[in-house]
Design a protein. Structure first.
Length: 365
């Protein structure tokens, strides 16, 4: 067997988001006898790090972005490790240091990969994004995006880029009545209880304030309801404290970071995402694969609607709670059909791996 093709991925955060899920699904499905994946992070505890290492990946911790000189020095050291491709996954063009570093290694091919439609961080990051977009474009050999909207935002509407759907392990999310019952039992939730759930970082983008406000209305109309909140983040404590004054507080479960997201989605009747913006959120594909009713704010890309389980709402809609309750809960048969539809539309992680493999081979030929 010849030398493995070495791919360096930028970069893992400390929360399970779209990029982290994408990388784990890709590395799980791609031919690991052919490819060596390594990963860069600024975090002490990168999300899904143990799983990626178990697959054979190496994780390199570098200095934080704010220490720009040290960060730049560290990533240059990592890039000097004989990589064929540097695959840079971005939520914005605010930080282009990895592109600058890669340009110093003529043999390295560079892939830019957009995963979002707006940056976290306010006006400064937005300004940096606008300034750096052209540099990012010129210093990449291939331009990918998780959706058309994410690509247009990162590169510009006039630019040509390739859309790669975020594939998932569809079999892992396939619904079963037994897992529905067992997971609810482990959480102390009755089969008859109406379960609303959300999975995501506690950031302004995810709009947990709006989410809890909607659930408070659901709870007042239907007291036998529970809200499951999975994830962590800088706003978690603030969100918990703000919920303490609400009647529904006793029905809200803050579950933290979990490694059984597939089981949790299968026990939810409704997955609710009132985000202020998104690219093509992997968790929405996972929720559809699990067959839950998926309620999404109309600020999210319509490309995520892959099944008949998706419903849309405006963040100003005063009747959203009533609509959710009236829609009710999906049947077991409908849940299973949704999973099959996800596979049919090419969002299984095996399809993802085939597309990325083709891009890597094309780039190196």
């Amino acid at each position: 067997m010849g030398r493995k093709i070495k791919i360096l991925h930028f970069e893992l955060s400390d929360n399970v988001g779209g990029i982290e899920s994408f990388l784990l699904n890709l590395y799980t499905a791609i031919d690991r006898d052919r490819y060596q994946f390594d990963f860069v992070t600024t975090s002490d505890h990168p999300a899904l790090g143990k799983q990626l290492e178990a697959l054979g990946g190496h994780i390199y911790q570098v200095a934080p972005y704010k220490q720009a000189f040290s960060y730049s020095r560290d990533i240059r050291k990592v890039m000097a490790g004989g990589y064929d491709i540097v695959h840079i996954h971005k939520n914005s063009a605010a930080n282009v240091i990895p592109f600058k570093a890669a340009s110093e290694f003529p043999s390295i091919k560079v892939i830019a990969h957009s995963h979002n439609t707006l940056p976290n961080g306010g006006k400064i990051l937005s300004l940096l994004h606008r300034i750096n977009k052209q540099y990012l474009w010129k210093n990449s050999d291939v331009h990918l995006a998780c959706s058309t909207v994410a690509g247009e935002w990162m590169y510009g509407r006039e630019k040509k880029f390739e859309v790669i759907p975020n594939g998932i392990d569809t079999q892992k999310f396939a619904y079963s009545d037994s897992e529905y019952i067992e997971t609810r039992k482990s959480l102390g939730i009755a089969e008859s209880t109406f379960v609303v759930g959300h999975i995501g970082r506690f950031t302004e983008q995810k709009n947990h304030v709006g989410l809890i406000r909607i659930f408070d209305q659901i709870y007042n109309l239907h007291p036998d309801s529970v809200l499951l909140l999975v994830g962590d983040g800088q706003l978690k404590q603030e969100i918990e404290e703000s919920a303490n004054s609400l009647d529904c507080r006793k029905a809200i479960r803050f579950l933290g970071i979990r490694d059984d997201v597939n089981k949790l989605l299968k026990c939810m009747d409704v997955f609710l995402m009132p985000s202020i913006y998104e690219g093509l959120p992997v968790v929405c594909i996972e929720a559809q694969a699990a067959g839950a009713y998926v309620w999404l704010s109309d600020t999210i890309s319509r490309e995520v609607e892959l099944t008949h389980q998706v419903e849309w709402f405006n963040l100003e809609d005063k009747n959203i709670a009533k609509r959710i309750i009236n829609k009710g809960r999906p049947t077991s048969s409908h849940r299973l059909l949704c999973n099959q539809e996800i596979v049919r539309k090419g969002y299984d992680y095996k399809s993802l791996a085939e597309k990325i493999d083709e891009i890597y081979q094309r780039l190196l030929s």
